[in-house]
Each structure stands twice: as structure tokens, then as C-alpha cells.
Design a protein around this ligand. Structure first.
Ligand SMILES: Nc1ncnc2c1ncn2[C@@H]1O[C@H](COP(=O)(O)OP(=O)(O)OP(=O)(O)O)[C@@H](O)[C@H]1O
Ligand SMILES: [Mg+2]
Length: 448
């Protein structure tokens, strides 16, 4: 059709003029007829080439517009419109480069978002989730909707959309475990490539909150622990100055209690300083050689008088040929003393305290690496299960009164835990009510 149209358009006027001249007799019939024939043939041929070129270029432009043109494709064939064909090729190449660049940016955006350490949710204008990153999927799983339903977050999103300014909100998620979340809502203008208009960045602040609480608790605990002996000292000083001023036997008794309270405060401060020193170099694994057998012998010898006082028998099960460990002898002595002290304090008078040291059996309880286990088992009344996970917290005591009565500061096992951590070891406390408690320490054997 296009071919006939073009041919008719080209040949129409000359054929009509020649026809008219022939009809009027102003031109001889045969030459006019020959002219008409030449005109029709020439315009037919021309129209054929033109229509072919137009078809080719139309197809090329259609492919470019629909993004289906293979990269580097060149328009071949236009005869009369070759220059136009070259321009179409050029436009096609530029569009392809630009599309590739856009795709690269989009992928970079996705990757940045995906790898961000904080959980991020991307929302569309209607608040539906468009995308989430790996951290969000890991931290919130199926709870994303619950987070977005939280009134504080919804309010912040509304405000961010209305003001086009970032907003923040703090929320607390009760289930499955209590979590404190700090949310930052960032409106995206212009929107992201995937249509996301709101970024919700969620940072988990639970750990910071817990540390804050622990710090506050620690200060309160230390003050409380110091206040009790201090109040007693002040009370006795008052008494010595007043009512007991002329009562030497009472003075002797009071001075004895005062000395005890002073020693208690001293112990508490020593333990606190010791704990902070251990924490300070907890990241440095000790590298000096440690002969565990010799250390155990030395410590056990020092315990003889106290064992006699409590009528406790110490059973030693020290395996022969224990490997040399690497460790800090003073700190390991502190660990063993704390465990033996506890065994003596909370064990049964007249019972047996068992000190075991052996090469660890790798498996369920202990790591598969080579190690040595030292444990102290007593025959005391045991510790209820619910207390076991908290025993290594500072100042945590199962029975406050009993611990204080035997002069405990509640820091012993906290010190043990930090020393064991520094040695990259493991601590295990097992207890059975009515039967006794076993505290074991696993220490790695460093291959030389
Ligand atoms: N062998 C044990 N048997 C029963 N209870 C124990 C035993 N070891 C520890 N506990 C409990 O764990 C608590 C914490 O022990 P930890 O050694 O940290 O403190 P402490 O013995 O009270 O004081 P410190 O060791 O500083 O003198 C103790 O108060 C006690 O209630
Ligand atoms: Mg103790």
C-alpha cells in the first residue's frame, strides 16, 4: 500500500500534465504516452526503494523504543536514507549505554542496602514493604509487620511523609524476647528505583540498655556492699566513744568486730581492683608456660589448716603427666582458690572436697581441641537450677545472708569467669540439690 501511495504521489502530476497535453492535442500522442510510461516506471522504482528504506528504519526505531535491539546492532540496507540509519544506530547505542549505567546504579543501591549491618525496611507510599535487607530478615523475620504496626513507628512515618524530614522513634518489642529498638525513618524524595519512598532503619539498642542497667546496678551494689560494714564501723565508734568508753571487755569485743568489718571492706576493694585488672587485659591470652601439677600442689598445701578447721577431707585426683599449659600462674591460683573457698564455705562440714585434674575428653561437654579439666566437687546442699546461669554475675549470691556470714563478697565466681575467658577456657557449674556442686574449668593445651 505504501509503495502504491508513494508511486502515485511521485508520478501523479507529470502523468496528469502529459495526459492533459496529449488530450488537448498540444503534444503528439505517442511521445506523450512514452513519457507517461517512463514516469510511472521511474516513480515505481523509486517508490520501491523508498518504501523498503522506510520499512527498515521503522523496524529499527521500533526495536530501539521497545529496548529489544541487540547491543551493537547496525541498521543495514537503507539505500536512500543511509544517513538517517546511522543516526538511529547512534541513538540506539547511547540509549543502551545509559540503560546499562542505570542498571549498574540500581544494582549498587540494592547491594549497599542488602549489606548494611543495620536492618532496613523499604516501604512504598502506601506503607507496604517493598524490600528488606539481610539484617532485617535475620533480626525481624516475621515480626516486620508488628514493628511497622507499632503506633510510635506509624506516627514517625506519617510525620516523615508530611514534613519530608527524617524522624526517629524508640520502641520496645515484648516478644519473643524483650528488645529495645531505635528506628530512623528517612523519606526518599525522589523515590528509589523500585518505587520505595520510605526507609525504616532499625537499630537494636538492647545490648546498650542492658549494659546501662548493669553499670547502674554495679554502682548501687558496690555502694551497698561498702555501706553495710561502714555503718557498722561508725556505729561501733559511736559506742566506743559513749556508752562503752569505760568498759574495756566490751571495747575488746567491739574492736574485734570492727577489725572484721575493716577486713571485709578491704577484701571487697581488693576483689574489685582484681576484677578490673583482669578485665583490662582479658583480650591478651597469657603465653607463659604453666605447670598445673606444681601449682595445685602449692595451693593444696596452703589449705591444710582450713580443711582441719572444718573437718573436711580433700581428695586429690590429679592425673599423672598433665601437659604443660600456657597461662598466668597467679591468676590460675586465684581461680583455684576461689573454687576451693566456695567448696569449703558452701560444702558440708565433715564432708569430702574432691579436686580433680585430668586431660579433657573431647565431645559433648568440652571442645574437640586438646584441653585439661580442673574441677572442685563438694557435698554441700547444692544450688537450685534457676540460679546457675547467674552465679558468675558480680555480687550475685544464692543465699545473701549465708554468703555474707562466711565473709563472701559475691565476686569470686565473676573473677573466675573473667580469668577463664582470658585463658580462652570454659567454665561449667553443675549442681544437684542435696548432693553437692561441681565447678569445672577447661583450659586449652597450646601445641608448641
Ligand atoms: N560450691 C557452692 N555450693 C553452693 N553454692 C555456691 C557454691 N559456689 C558458689 N555458690 C553460690 O554462688 C554465690 C556466688 O559465689 P561467689 O564465689 O561469686 O561469691 P561468694 O563466695 O559469695 O563471695 P567471694 O567468693 O567473693 O568471697 C555464692 O554466694 C553462693 O551462694
Ligand atoms: Mg566465692
Amino acid at each position: 500500500m505504501r509503495f502504491i501511495g508513494i508511486a502515485a504521489f511521485l508520478a501523479g502530476v507529470p502523468v496528469a500534465v502529459l495526459g492533459f497535453l496529449a488530450a488537448m492535442g498540444w503534444a503528439s500522442f505517442w511521445p506523450a504516452l512514452a513519457g507517461i510510461a517512463v514516469c510511472i516506471a521511474a516513480s515505481g522504482a523509486f517508490a520501491l526503494v523508498w518504501a523498503h528504506d522506510l520499512d527498515l528504519l521503522t523496524d529499527a526505531v521500533r526495536l530501539v523504543a521497545s529496548d529489544e535491539r541487540p547491543p551493537g546492532h547496525r541498521s543495514e540496507g537503507p539505500v536512500l536514507m543511509e544517513a538517517l540509519g546511522r543516526e538511529v544506530d547512534r541513538i540506539s547505542r547511547r540509549l543502551a549505554t545509559r540503560t546499562a549505567l542505570q542498571e549498574q546504579h540500581r544494582r549498587a543501591d540494592t547491594l549497599i542496602l542488602e549489606r548494611l549491618p543495620d536492618p532496613v525496611l523499604v516501604l512504598a507510599r502506601d506503607r507496604t514493604i517493598r524490600r528488606t535487607n539481610a539484617a532485617a530478615r535475620l533480626a525481624f523475620g516475621e515480626e516486620k509487620a508488628a514493628v511497622l504496626r507499632h503506633p510510635a513507628i506509624r506516627g514517625a512515618i506519617d510525620k516523615a511523609m508530611a514534613t519530608k524530614q527524617s524522624q526517629t522513634a524508640e520502641i520496645s518489642l515484648p516478644a519473643p524476647v524483650q528488645r529495645d529498638i531505635y528506628a530512623t525513618i528517612v523519606p526518599m524524595d525522589p523515590p528509589l528505583a523500585d518505587g520505595g519512598e520510605i526507609l525504616v532503619v532499625l537499630s537494636d539498642r538492647t545490648r546498650e540498655r542492658v549494659i546501662e542497667h548493669m553499670r547502674a546496678d554495679f554502682v548501687a551494689n558496690v555502694s551497698h556492699e561498702l555501706r553495710t560494714p561502714l555503718a557498722s564501723l561508725i556505729g561501733f565508734i559511736e559506742t566506743l566513744r559513749g556508752p562503752a568508753a569505760d568498759d574495756p571487755p566490751a571495747q575488746q569485743r567491739f574492736l574485734e568486730i570492727m577489725a572484721e568489718q575493716g577486713a571485709r571492706m578491704n577484701r571487697l576493694i581488693d576483689d574489685l581492683l582484681s576484677l578490673s585488672r583482669i578485665e583490662l587485659n582479658e583480650h591478651q591470652v597469657p603465653s607463659e608456660p604453666l605447670d598445673l601439677k606444681r601449682l595445685l600442689d602449692r595451693i593444696v598445701a596452703g589449705y591444710e589448716p582450713r580443711l582441719k578447721d572444718r573437718n573436711v577431707e580433700l581428695a586429690l585426683r590429679i592425673e599423672a603427666g598433665l601437659p604443660i599449659l600456657s597461662g598466668d600462674a597467679d591468676q590460675m591460683a586465684q581461680v583455684l582458690q576461689n573454687l576451693l573457698d566456695n567448696g569449703l564455705k558452701y560444702g558440708r562440714d565433715g564432708g569430702t572436697l574432691t579436686l580433680t585434674a585430668a586431660v579433657a575428653t573431647p565431645g559433648k561437654i568440652w571442645p574437640s581441641r586438646r584441653g585439661v579439666v580442673v574441677s572442685v566437687a563438694d557435698q554441700g546442699s547444692g544450688i537450685p537450677k534457676e540460679h546457675l546461669p547467674r552465679l558468675t554475675e558480680r555480687f550475685y549470691r544464692v543465699d545473701k545472708g549465708r554468703s555474707r556470714a562466711v565473709g563472701g563478697t559475691g565476686l569470686g565466681l565473676a573473677i573466675v569467669k573473667h580469668i577463664v575467658n582470658r585463658h580462652r577456657g570454659h567454665l561449667l557449674i553443675e549442681s544437684e540439690i542435696g548432693k553437692g556442686t561441681t565447678v569445672s574449668v577447661w583450659l586449652p593445651v597450646v601445641q608448641s
